[in-house]
Design a protein around this ligand. Structure first.
Ligand code: UGA
Length: 435
């Protein structure tokens, strides 16, 4: 099958590389000339495990190419994916569809023969209808179907998520499009990944509902963690105890400093706005978003308490800056609010992150970035673990203790146990584990 993907950002690149690896012939398009030139040389602009190898392999085998020229790629394609960004609109938090609409106009001018236009970008309900109208305005005779095919990829695990998904959601309004989309995903179908076909509007809502539910689950367990901490219970035991109930499920019950990233906060905002516009406010989602925002600031206060009530002129070492491990993404990372809160209280910050420091430099001022975890903790008055990179899970605590000025360890991801930290001489504070 010939496939064009408009937008070679995170979603477009991962989808393009994986679809090419299934055997399809894929062209990834982007307006950014420098990005496309780099991709043509096999240079990948984002950090995502396994992605670079997959891109290079499929390029070499002639199934994957990159171009700034949308016209010919769309003209030849049977399926055109739209994977451009939908950032939050400044004025109201709703998803900004200007990139989507610009792409649709370009596609409408260039397509030839029956084409399925597939929206992968996260868009408000009804966007597919609007796209169909727009195409028919530009090309009244167009032989086109518009489908919704939201992605459920986690950064850092995106290739595995694409190739072994829990499910594939396809929203279509006609049988021809359903058949074409089944053909696109046939390799997975054979792998027994369920393909769930539904209406376009249902698919659009499914994406938001999935993210909002997962985010709410995290906000919920974080509040339970606060209760556990005060009541002398352990949130990890509680999460295990409830998670074994299949109706609840054990995943996304890790308490921590609050969720971040480019998806949950933005999609919750967009869904909240969308629901308000439909006259059906989502109070639970609204509350979960507010609880999470506040939590990030509360984490700074938690650290200050662990330092005896003041961090003025103290040095705090922060390990982990990205919103989660295995990504270089700093967008909405809890580390930003935490570090800013500590700086406002007068602390000096030293920090180390294996992949996130370049991006961190663009959003955080006055941070001393270090070359590794051990350098980072030198002469620090407290060590705070914000992101649970694997390399932080087995630190030599005795060595760390020896390098620090004061032995305070604030473990916001619960990757150490109180017993081992105390044995190494630390005053240890974690999340939701009261004694
Ligand atoms: C999320 C969803 O998991 C994907 O299914 C979805 O496709 C994607 O958004 C998207 O809309 O594009 P992602 O943002 O990459 O993926 O990251 P997650 O692994 O979901 O983590 C989000 C945040 O929640 C992180 O800050 C993480 O640390 C936090 N989290 C996650 C917790 O605090 N506790 C948990 O138990 C799980």
């Amino acid at each position: 099958m010939r496939i064009a993907i408009i937008g070679s950002g995170y979603v477009g690149l991962v989808s393009g590389a994986c679809l090419a690896d299934f055997g399809h012939n894929v062209v990834c398009i982007d307006r950014d000339d420098a990005k496309i030139r780099a991709l043509q040389q096999g240079e990948i602009p984002i950090f995502e495990p396994l992605l670079a190898d997959l891109v290079i392999k499929n390029q070499r085998e002639d199934r994957l190419s990159f171009s700034t020229d949308l016209g010919p790629a769309v003209a030849e394609a049977e399926v055109v994916f739209i994977a451009v960004g939908t950032p939050a609109r400044q004025r109201d938090g709703q998803a900004d569809l200007s990139y989507v609409h610009a792409a649709v106009r370009d596609i409408a001018m260039s397509m030839s023969g029956y084409t399925v236009v597939v929206v992968k970008s996260t868009v408000p309900v009804g966007t597919g209808d609007g796209i169909e109208r727009l195409i028919r305005e530009v090309r009244p005779q167009a032989d086109v179907s518009v489908a919704s095919n939201p992605e459920f990829l986690r950064e850092g695990a995106a290739i595995g998520d694409f190739k072994r998904p829990d499910r594939i959601v396809i929203g279509v309004e006609d049988d021809r499009a359903r058949q074409v989309m089944s053909e696109v995903y046939r390799p997975l179908f054979l792998n027994t990944s369920p393909i769930v076909v539904m209406s376009r509007r249902s698919a659009e809502v499914t994406k938001y509902a999935a993210n909002a539910f997962l985010a709410t689950k995290i906000a919920f367990i974080n509040e339970v963690a606060d209760l556990c901490e005060q009541a002398g219970a352990d949130v990890q035991e509680v999460a295990h105890g409830i998670g074994l109930d299949k109706r609840i499920g054990g995943k996304f019950l890790h308490a921590g400093p609050g969720f971040g990233g480019s998806c949950f906060p933005k999609d919750m905002q967009a869904m909240i706005k969308m629901a308000q516009d439909h006259g059906t406010p989502l109070r639970i989602v609204e509350t979960a978003a507010a609880v999470n925002d506040q939590r990030k600031r509360v984490m700074a206060r938690k650290i200050i308490r662990a330092c005896g009530g003041s961090v003025r002129h103290r040095t705090i070492a922060v390990l982990g800056l990205t919103f989660k491990p295995n990504t270089d993404d700093m967008r909405d990372s809890p580390a930003i609010a935490i570090i800013t809160g500590l700086q406002d209280a007068g602390a000096r910050i030293r920090a180390y992150d294996p992949e996130g420091m370049d991006q961190a430099r663009t959003v955080l001022d006055d941070v001393a970035y270090c070359g590794d975890a051990y350098t980072c903790v030198e002469d620090a008055d407290a060590l705070v673990i914000v992101t649970e990179w694997d390399m932080f899970r087995a630190l030599d605590l005795d060595k760390i203790r020896g390098l620090m000025r004061r032995p305070v360890l604030v473990d916001l991801r619960n990757i150490y146990g109180a017993a081992e930290a105390t044995k190494a001489g630390f005053a240890y504070v974690s999340v939701g584990r009261g004694r």
